[in-house]
Design a protein around this ligand. Structure first.
Ligand SMILES: Cc1ncc(COP(=O)(O)O)c(C=O)c1O
Length: 432
């Protein structure tokens, strides 16, 4: 029990945790309570949570329906492992199967996005009998050896590449086009280039092309229309599967659809999600077609796989998304958020690009709109000022100059306005 005289949670974090487990802000905060779109720190200060633990709290902190589902499940049984079936796991798989695109009907539930991506990469290797994978620069895939190797951001991979056979294609980063071209006259060269990468960097036989639907940690990079159609077709031409990493983009966040990839006309063979699925409970999943899943060699096991509490939380999160029509809310409120970010861009020359889909919207800050020099120091200033004003946001991008926001899926215009007001003030302060 912490009293006024004992060291704070922040002090203990600094004293006892690995320094690499870094906290946000010059003066980090400890969160003690959350309700809906808001959280409170241990001094009683209230914040609008416009990042939700990296898009992980979907339907609001302490959502009463999700809390009740968790409590009821804990009272019954809170652990089974994958060695025993449990009701919520089967129910969740059945429910999910009705939302997944194509024939993605087989599930492997685990407890982190890292584990789910690791499973997906291995599943592709087993299903195809090939070893090589094509992934994207600027991406983030997790912190195991294989997923770290797949990461396309130097900041996250302080170990040298550990797993051979993982090749990084150019990102579909229109604002900083790697080929200095413009959409649509570019002919989506970044997707086309995957073919040359396969022909020159690999054996010509790949297991899969794996990509985030929107590159999240890399700064909410939204691929242009036609990108996934072209990229997945090239992967298939060389015998590879298409793995869609929906860790950040699922659960309706991008608006209208359950899954981010549904904004493109491309069908994954394997899909991965985590984060928002359990409204903050540790949960993840790898979904595959039966053809792929059936080739995953056994036996395999996950201690916390299909954990009944996480499964119950995920089921009730999905129920709230349905009952409150949140796919639609993300579309309409997300469009309002996008329009307000466009207004901010008009007003503040510091903003080089405003981009996103639905309730996944970002601002990329630059020192100069012509040179596009990343404005990392200004980004930090915006970060501190918005916090001072009681709004928590995220940051990202290889150059540390992207402000990422992830309001709750059930946030409304008032939360959007609150966020925009704080950003407006932060951006004004940042240029001084
Ligand atoms: C797109 C993506 N994939 C995978 C991961 C890894 O997930 P986790 O941190 O749950 O291991 C993340 C985490 O941020 C992510 O954003």
């Amino acid at each position: 029990m912490t009293d006024a005289n004992s060291p704070s949670a922040v002090a203990k974090h600094k004293k006892y945790l690995f320094p690499a487990v870094a906290m946000y802000y010059q003066e980090p905060i400890a969160l003690v309570r959350g309700e809906g779109s808001y959280v409170w720190d241990d001094t009683g200060k209230k914040y609008l949570d416009a990042f939700g633990g990296v898009l992980t709290v979907s339907v609001g902190h302490a959502n009463p329906k999700v809390v009740s589902a968790i409590v009821e499940q804990v009272k019954k049984i809170s652990h089974t492992s994958t060695l025993y079936a449990n009701g919520p796991q089967g129910d969740l798989a059945e429910k999910l199967a009705a939302t997944t695109p194509g024939n993605l009907k087989k599930f492997f539930f685990t407890s982190s996005g890292t584990e789910a991506n690791e499973t997906a990469m291995n599943a592709a290797r087993h299903a195809t009998g090939r070893m090589e994978l094509v992934v994207l620069r600027h991406s983030y895939s997790g912190r195991s050896a294989q997923t770290l190797t797949a990461c396309g951001q130097h900041g996250w991979k302080k170990l040298p590449p550990l797993v051979p056979g993982i090749h990084h294609a150019h990102a579909p980063y229109c604002y900083r086009c790697p080929f200095n071209l413009e959409y649509p006259s570019c002919g989506i060269k970044c997707a086309q280039d995957i073919e040359e990468l396969i022909q020159t960097e690999t054996s010509g036989e790949i297991a899969a092309f794996m990509a985030e639907t929107i590159i999240g940690s890399g700064g909410f990079i939204v691929p242009p229309p036609g990108y996934f159609e072209k990229a997945s077709a090239i992967a298939r031409k060389y015998g590879g599967l298409f793995i869609s990493d929906e860790v950040q983009t699922a659960w309706g966040r991008t608006g209208e659809h359950w899954w981010g990839i549904q904004h493109w006309d491309a069908q994954p063979d394997i899909m991965v999600s985590a984060k928002g699925m359990g409204n903050g409970t540790p949960v993840a999943m790898t979904i595959a077609t039966p053809e792929v899943a059936d080739k995953f060699p056994g036996i395999t096991f996950a201690t916390f796989g299909g954990n009944p509490v996480s499964m119950a939380a995920s089921l009730s999160t999905m129920a709230v998304i349905e009952e409150e029509n949140l796919l639609q809310n993300c579309k309409t409120t997300g469009a309002y958020l996008g329009a307000r970010f466009a207004e901010l861009k008009e007003k503040h020359p510091l903003i080089g690009d405003a981009r996103g889909l639905g309730m996944m919207q970002a601002l990329e800050l630059v020192e100069d709109r012509k040179t596009k020099t990343p404005a990392a120091a200004a980004t930090m200033k915006v970060f501190e000022e918005t916090k001072r004003r009681g709004v928590l946001i995220g940051k990202g991008g290889v150059y540390g100059n992207v402000i990422r926001t992830g309001l709750m899926l059930n946030a409304g215009k008032s939360q959007v306005d609150e966020l925009v007001e704080a950003l407006d003030a932060g951006l004004s302060v940042a240029v001084n």
